[in-house]
Design a protein around this ligand. Structure first.
Ligand SMILES: *Cc1c(COP(=O)(O)O)cnc(C)c1O
Length: 244
C-alpha cells in the first residue's frame, strides 16, 4: 500500500525529473498540496510527511482548516496557505484573513474587495491573475484567448496587473491558468506554453524587475506544466488519492 509519504516522495521525484528535462532548478518549483475536501487530520499527516504548502479552493474550508491546524500545530508551523479557487466577493474577507497567497484573481471587483479587507486586517496578499488562454467557455479568468494578436486583450491584462499592484495590501506576482479538460497532451502543452509566453510579454511591457511566477499544472498535467515554465503546481489526487 502506498502511504501519503510514499506519494509525496513519488511526486517530488516526478517534479525533479520534469525540471531536469527542461534544464530547470527543481528548487524553483513549489508543490502546493491541494487538500480540498480532506479533513484537517489529513493536512496534519501531510505536514508530518514534510509538506508545507497547502491549497484550498473554497474560502470557508480554508478558514476552518487553517484554524484547526493552527490550533494543533501552533502559529509557528511555517505553513503557507494557498487559496486556489475562484472567489465570490462575499467570501473575499475570508481569503484576506486566512490566505497567504491567492491564485485565482479573475476580476478587479474581487481585487478591490480584498484590498478593503486587507486595509482592515493589516495583512499582505500576493496574487496570481487567472488567465483564460484556451477559450473554453467554462474557464474563468481574464480573456487572453488571442493575446498574441489582440491588442485590447493585452492592454486589459496590463491594466489589471497595474491596478492590482496599486491597491494596498495586494501584489500581483504572476499568472495562473487551468488546462482544458479531456484534450490531447499537445493541446495542454500549447496552453501552458502560451501562458509562459504571455508572462514574458507582460514582464517586458511593464518592465517588471522580479520574474513573474506561473501557477499551472495539476495531477494530470503537472509535468508538462513544469516543462513549460510552471513555478507553482497545484496537486491533489497524486498525493492524497481520489477525493472523498
Ligand atoms: C482541485 C484543484 C486542483 C488539484 O486537482 P488534482 O487534479 O486533484 O491535482 C488544482 N487547482 C485547482 C484550482 C483545484 O480546484
Amino acid at each position: 500500500m502506498m502511504t501519503l509519504a510514499d506519494n509525496y516522495t513519488a511526486v517530488q521525484e516526478r517534479i525533479h525529473q520534469a525540471a531536469t528535462r527542461a534544464g530547470r532548478d527543481p528548487a524553483g518549483i513549489t508543490l502546493v498540496a491541494v487538500t480540498k475536501t480532506w479533513p484537517a487530520a489529513v493536512v496534519a499527516t501531510a505536514y508530518a510527511a514534510g509538506m508545507r504548502h497547502f491549497g484550498e479552493n473554497r474560502a470557508g474550508e480554508l478558514a476552518q482548516k487553517r484554524e484547526a491546524i493552527t490550533a494543533q500545530l501552533g502559529p509557528d508551523a511555517a505553513i503557507t496557505w494557498h487559496a486556489i479557487g475562484t472567489l465570490q466577493s462575499r467570501k473575499a474577507k475570508m481569503v484576506a484573513d486566512y490566505g497567504d497567497i491567492f491564485h485565482a484573481l479573475d476580476r478587479l471587483k474581487i481585487a478591490r474587495k480584498l484590498a478593503q479587507h486587507l486595509a482592515e486586517n493589516g495583512r499582505h496578499l500576493p496574487v496570481f491573475l487567472e488567465v483564460n488562454v484556451s477559450g473554453e467557455a467554462s474557464k474563468s479568468g481574464f480573456d487572453c484567448t488571442r493575446w498574441e494578436t489582440n491588442r485590447e486583450q493585452m492592454a486589459a491584462l496590463r491594466q489589471a496587473f497595474e491596478t492590482v499592484n496599486d491597491l494596498p495590501g495586494l501584489a500581483a506576482v504572476g499568472l495562473m491558468t487551468m488546462a482544458p479538460w479531456d484534450v490531447a497532451p499537445q493541446i495542454i502543452r500549447a496552453v501552458f506554453r502560451r501562458t509562459w509566453q504571455l508572462a514574458g510579454r507582460l514582464q517586458t511591457d511593464l518592465a517588471l524587475a522580479a520574474p513573474l511566477q506561473l501557477s499551472m499544472g495539476m495531477t494530470d498535467d503537472f509535468e508538462i506544466a513544469i516543462e513549460e515554465g510552471a513555478t507553482h503546481v497545484r496537486v491533489g489526487r497524486a498525493l492524497f488519492g481520489e477525493r472523498p
